[in-house]
Design a protein around this ligand. Structure first.
Ligand code: NAD
Length: 312
């Protein structure tokens, strides 16, 4: 069997196109566009790429996007002061602080910053108030990556109600909100993690298997029930030739990419899963592009909620 590939790029493009006229209408009604404040601290190269994409996409859909840059030497208090200013700003409907924050700010810096973002403007959905609302199925906004997965499953007509969904990974930004969103869609949800016993046996029970671990190729074909939907959230850059050789057979085009560039981007799901799964998200091009699209939707939602208008 060869799995149907679930195309996140096309869906992200559609979601973004749908937002354009809604953003324009908001701007006409309110005499200002929805505003997104993005805080970037330090020079982490990956963060700079993510932030650049977020700024560009936000501007494309018609938002006002303000990038607040602080040096790697900034203190936590300085970051909190920027968040406080954005919380109080009438022009900003959404606030996003790019993680990771510099390690020098302390291990709890991110949590303290997320705690400080007012819930109405928390477009990443990471604040404790947002998580509480999500757990009660009352959230207008939920974390972008797991929301994108739900959107993809809906768009592809993959039934969630009554199905057994297994989520591997229990992080606050992916695994836990993913499990809650699947639960709210009436799936029967199992959460697995690094201490789970006999992980392959539990994964084999899944009708919908979501891997959000950060280990290249962890989920192999023998972990997957034939015909299951497999969602690969992992984004891992492989630089070790042995790992690349264990993932791709000789002659595979991705192995050629690896040999050409010295690295290749892979998910948590082994390519051999495509022989067993019914549907599968590719990496890249599956879940990744949806994260930014959902951030954009969350920003418009935040603007509508603040304005007391229906989200629809
Ligand atoms: P994390 O490190 O915070 O959490 C990883 C989770 O995996 C933990 O809960 C841990 O218990 C579990 N785990 C670790 N080893 C395991 C094992 N051997 N077996 C079972 N479970 C194990 O990571 P995260 O932030 O949730 O990200 C997970 C992956 O998703 C990463 O590859 C990350 O790059 C990717 N990611 C992608 C997007 C996107 O836009 N597509 C967004 C966020 C994260």
């Amino acid at each position: 069997m060869s799995a149907r590939l679930l195309d996140g790029v096309a869906l992200a493009r559609r979601l973004q196109q749908d937002l354009g006229p809604r953003v324009a209408a908001f701007t006409t009604r309110h005499g200002r566009p929805p505003g997104l404040g993005i805080v970037l601290v330090g020079d982490d190269p990956a963060s700079q790429v993510y932030v650049r994409n977020k700024v560009r996409t936000g501007q494309e859909v018609g938002f006002r996007v303000d990038l607040e840059r602080l040096p790697a030497t900034a203190t936590l208090d300085e970051v909190l002061a920027v968040v406080a200013r954005l919380n109080a700003s009438d022009a900003h409907d959404g606030i996003l602080v790019q993680s990771p924050l510099p390690a020098s700010m302390g291990h709890d810096a991110e949590q303290r910053v997320f705690d400080a973002i007012t819930v109405q403007k928390d477009v990443d959905g990471f604040s404790p108030a947002s998580v509480g609302l999500l757990s009660q199925n009352r959230a207008a906004i939920a974390a972008g990556t797991p929301s994108g997965v739900i959107e993809l499953l809906l768009a592809e007509g993959i039934e969630m109600a009554g199905r057994h969904a297994v989520v591997v990974g229990r992080s606050d930004i992916v695994g836990k909100p993913m499990a809650l969103l699947l639960l709210h869609r009436n799936a029967t949800v199992t959460i697995c993690h690094s201490r789970t016993r006999d992980l392959p046996a539990i994964c084999r029970q899944a009708d919908i298997l979501v891997a959000a671990v950060g280990r290249p190729g962890l989920v192999t074909a023998d972990w997957v029930k034939p015909g299951a939907t497999v969602v690969d959230v992992g984004i891992n850059r492989v630089t070790d030739p042995e790992v690349a050789a264990a993932l791709f057979p000789e002659g595979h085009p991705r192995l050629a990419v690896f040999r050409d560039k010295g690295s290749v981007l892979v998910g948590d799901v082994h390519p051999n899963v495509a022989d067993v799964a019914g549907a599968l998200t590719p990496v890249p091009g599956g879940v990744g592009p949806l994260t930014i699209a959902m951030l954009m939707r969350n920003t418009l939602t935040a603007a509508l909620v603040r304005a007391g208008e229906p989200v629809a």
